[in-house]
Ligand binder design. Sequence first.
Ligand SMILES: NC(=O)N[C@@H](CC(=O)O)C(=O)O
Ligand SMILES: [Zn+2]
Ligand SMILES: [Zn+2]
Length: 420
Amino acid sequence: MPTLIKNAKIFHDMFDILIADGKIKEIAPNIKLHDGVVIDAKNKLVTPGLIDVHVHFREPGQTHKETVASGSKAAAHGGFTTVFAMPNVTPTIDTPEAFENIMDKNITDGIVNIKQYAAISKGLLDEKVNELGKLAELGAVGFTNDGHGVQTADTMLRAMQTAYTLNKPIIAHVEDDSLLHGGVLNAGATADRLKLPGMTGLSESSQLARDLVLAAKAKVHYHVAHISTKESVELVRIAKKYGVNVTAEVTPHHLLLADHMIENDNAMFKMNPPLRSEEDRKALIAGLLDGTIDMIATDHAPHSKAEKAGSMVTAAFGITGLETAFSLIYTFFVKTGIFTIEQLIMWMANKPAKIFNLESGVLEVGKPADITIFDTDQEFEIREENFYSKGKNTPFIGQQVYGRTMLTMVAGKVIYKENY
Ligand SMILES: NC(=O)N[C@@H](CC(=O)O)C(=O)O
Ligand SMILES: [Zn+2]
Ligand SMILES: [Zn+2]
């Protein structure tokens, strides 16, 4: 049966959207429907479903932190219709068997589209490259050791060369372990004030410089995960000019927060990469605005209460993001006039789709009916009791924001709704 979304505000103009067979059939003012379901968008903002190329759903092996079911519900609640899941679970997604099992789980338990990455090397730490060809055949959308940097150039180069022949991207968590020195937040005045061990941004940028040289040689699509320093932004800027097939993502927390905002030893501010300096944060914003950084990705990293309790020294790295990303970016960047709503949708839907070869990510006739309705007028508070994620670990709890998800639809089917 067809569905008609009436009174949809698409950016600044009003349309109706006709949906049938899971696809968008027509976008025009005043469409008439004789038989079918009508959803009144009530002049609220209607966007393509958001796409997040970096989430951690923790299955198998860490289901106390998150499951495919809870994580995908969190995605739908945040207005996301497609997510890309990381392979740093237990055991790591590094064999064809592990890959097939998680693909089955994603399909059975996921309520949004879930794309799956596979690991570059066994256990994420080994220097022997996995059977990438077989993993690609089974549906791996890219290869990554996210959670760890690939420490040797030879391993990274071989992974890149194979990924290139398979036409798959390498997603790089760039981190040189020799420069970490047990750091739990950015090295600098804040780490000194809090008397906590700091880690330098050179750990990221020095390995990124190496990788960009290797990627130029291998010609692979090389995607930088959670870019966080001004040196890294400048390296990507230069590499793009030089013709390297490089793309980059930045998280909402690195766009919004800097290390000087950490008042005390609070594990909600512990993530990898850490919050950097205000200068770095400004460089990330500038990098997005000039096209050096291609998209926003949450790095949704749920952990249990116990794992985030206590000092930054012992707590787990990572914060959740799926249920706060849109409202935070909307409130602090769009409402304030730093970004336009068109740019937000470009970075959270259009470009992730284009760069990772998805059909979705735009509201156009013939495309999948992956659609979200947001209320951008009413302020609300981010509360942990409203999270579908098992992870409540975010420093944004208690924050007043705009941009509540009213309805999320995947392939024409409503998977989340509030007051509809
Ligand atoms: N970002 C984090 O701080 N943690 C991630 C790993 C990662 O993204 O590197 C996690 O898996 O918890
Ligand atoms: Zn990472
Ligand atoms: Zn991650």
